[in-house]
Design a binder for this molecule. Structure first.
Ligand SMILES: Cc1cc2nc3c(=O)[nH]c(=O)nc-3n(C[C@H](O)[C@H](O)[C@H](O)COP(=O)(O)OP(=O)(O)OC[C@H]3O[C@@H](n4cnc5c(N)ncnc54)[C@H](O)[C@@H]3O)c2cc1C
Length: 462
């Protein structure tokens, strides 16, 4: 069958408005935030229910066409990129909240529900969904599950994995799996739900998700500290984490702040500039916790770890301070940043930071490097900005040399080449720095069991 006839046969499943083949849509839906990849899907389809996803997988098996599951396309590793004529399966129209169970405090949603919509829904029920990050307004719950998303509250609430009570998934054979059914306890062999979480669309298409909700934090209170060096960042972290119920502990550099202030209409937090800034959010259930926090703040100043600091006085100020951290990705995106998202054990963060700083300063003085990250999770985002005069190919070549040096160091520290963004396409070549060859071979076998024809997101992860 020629391509036109092949695509026309998709109309047996989808009405023509839900099969897009125009150039603009192919580019838009054929990639995520990894903008330097060249998208080349053959079509985009928009299922409206699980039965259509099943029919699509059966069609793909018959026609031997690869499928790329696609959420909000906010991924940062090329996981949702379609570069080789695949059909992109956008979950955009599967965006309904299906059921709320107040007794179990769970909510069941279709995979295409936007993360922020779910957060708001939880709030309306007097509850809280704690997986949170800057792309909340676009990313989908299905994408969050497929990447085991992290974010700014992991320190207190854990990753997406912690909140998934049940899943409905269509495998590469078209089988529909109902995994875990919201059970708290379920000791019946391998938990396939957890295999799906973080599988980046390679084992199945997630169609429905049941999420646990929790009570909202009591009076979150935000501090921003100005800090002179990375060793002091770690000292503040240790002091606050040991004594207080921390919700978030985020760090960014002055260069990151410079880009945010240039890009957005926000005020600098301090009169003077400082090398590093820390956002530390604490749950304050009563005056004792606040007093303890203020004492630590004072002691940090006396010991020279904190050069300056502010406690947000109201929700508006807290929101603006959060934006200084959360808007970094958007502010740096015009510079086509080459992104790394690595993690090491928290205890190894100081050594990692020292060695990384030395590598970048020694080898790449010509690049602007923006650092920020979830220090409390041992997770750092390192963004190398493309000098405007440099050609993209040359820039990428240079960045890959940085990668080699950085990932060798990560391997030495037994860390991860991808903390939360996923392997996708961009970290595929480096997987062996974090996972052994035996592990990778087992992953390949698992993929074959779920997707014997290799139709689901082929070429991603390994
Ligand atoms: C400004 C910004 C800030 C960010 N901050 C964070 C952060 O702090 N923490 C963090 O973890 N991430 C962060 N991200 C990355 C991204 O938002 C997350 O990885 C998010 O979970 C991706 O969701 P998505 O719906 O956009 O997925 P997509 O980008 O569409 O897809 C991601 C992967 O999931 C697969 N997939 C999508 N939907 C399904 C489905 N229904 N079934 C099966 N597979 C599917 C895709 O094939 C792909 O492999 C950030 C991104 C941006 C742009």
């Amino acid at each position: 069958m020629d391509t036109t006839a092949l695509l026309r046969s998709l109309h047996e499943i989808f009405d023509p408005t839900r099969v897009l083949t125009d150039k603009e849509s192919l580019i838009e839906y054929g990639r995520d935030w990894t903008k330097y990849l060249q998208p080349q899907p053959s079509a985009i389809v928009f299922p409206k229910g699980t039965d259509e996803v099943v029919a699509l997988v059966q069609w793909a098996r018959r026609q031997r066409v690869a499928l790329v599951p696609s959420g909000g396309r906010t991924g940062l590793s090329g996981g949702a990129a379609a570069l080789n004529g695949e059909v992109v399966v956008s979950m955009q129209k599967m965006n309904h909240i299906l059921n709320f169970d107040g007794f179990d405090q769970t909510v069941t949603v279709e995979a295409g529900v936007v993360t922020e919509t779910l957060q708001r829904y939880a709030e309306e029920q007097g509850l809280y969904f704690p997986v949170d990050f800057a792309s909340r307004g676009s990313s989908h719950i299905g994408g969050n599950v497929a990447t085991n998303a992290g974010g700014i509250k992991v320190l207190r609430y854990g990753l997406m994995r912690q909140w998934v009570a049940g899943l409905e998934v269509v495998t590469g054979t078209g089988a529909v799996l109902h995994l875990n059914n919201s059970l708290v306890k379920n000791a019946t062999g391998y938990d396939l739900r957890h295999l799906m979480i973080g599988s980046e669309g390679t084992l199945g298409i997630i169609t429905q998700v049941t999420l646990s909700l929790t009570r909202p934090p009591t009076q979150p209170t935000l501090f921003i500290f100005a800090v002179s060096d990375l060793a002091s960042v770690m000292k503040i972290y240790h002091a606050f984490k040991s004594a207080l119920p921390i919700l978030a502990f985020e760090m960014f550099t002055d260069l990151a702040l410079k880009h945010v202030l240039h890009h957005h209409d926000l005020k600098a937090p301090f009169a003077n500039r400082h090398p590093y800034y820390v956002l530390c959010e604490i749950e304050v259930p009563g005056p004792t916790v606040l007093e303890a926090a203020l004492e630590l703040f004072q002691s940090g100043v006396e010991q020279g770890w904190i050069e300056d600091g502010i406690q947000a006085q109201n929700a508006r100020q807290a929101k603006d301070l959060w934006r200084l951290r959360e808007d970094i990705s958007e502010a740096t995106s015009p510079h086509a940043p080459y992104k790394n998202d690595i993690s090491v054990r928290i205890a190894s963060v100081p050594q990692f930071l020292r060695e990384m700083d030395a590598i970048l300063k020694h080898n790449y003085p010509q690049f602007e490097v923006v650092w920020f990250g979830h220090i409390g999770d041992g997770n750092l985002h390192i963004n190398i900005l493309k000098p405007s005069a440099m050609r993209t190919e040359e820039f990428l070549r240079e960045c890959k040399v940085v990668d080699e040096l950085m990932f060798k160091m990560i391997e030495k520290l037994h860390g991860s080449v991808s903390a939360e963004h996923g392997v996708g396409l961009t970290k595929k070549a480096y997987l062996g720095h974090t996972r052994s060859s035996v592990e990778i071979a087992l992953m390949r076998e698992i993929k074959k069991a779920f997707d014997p024809d290799g139709l689901l997101n082929p070429g991603k992860i390994f």
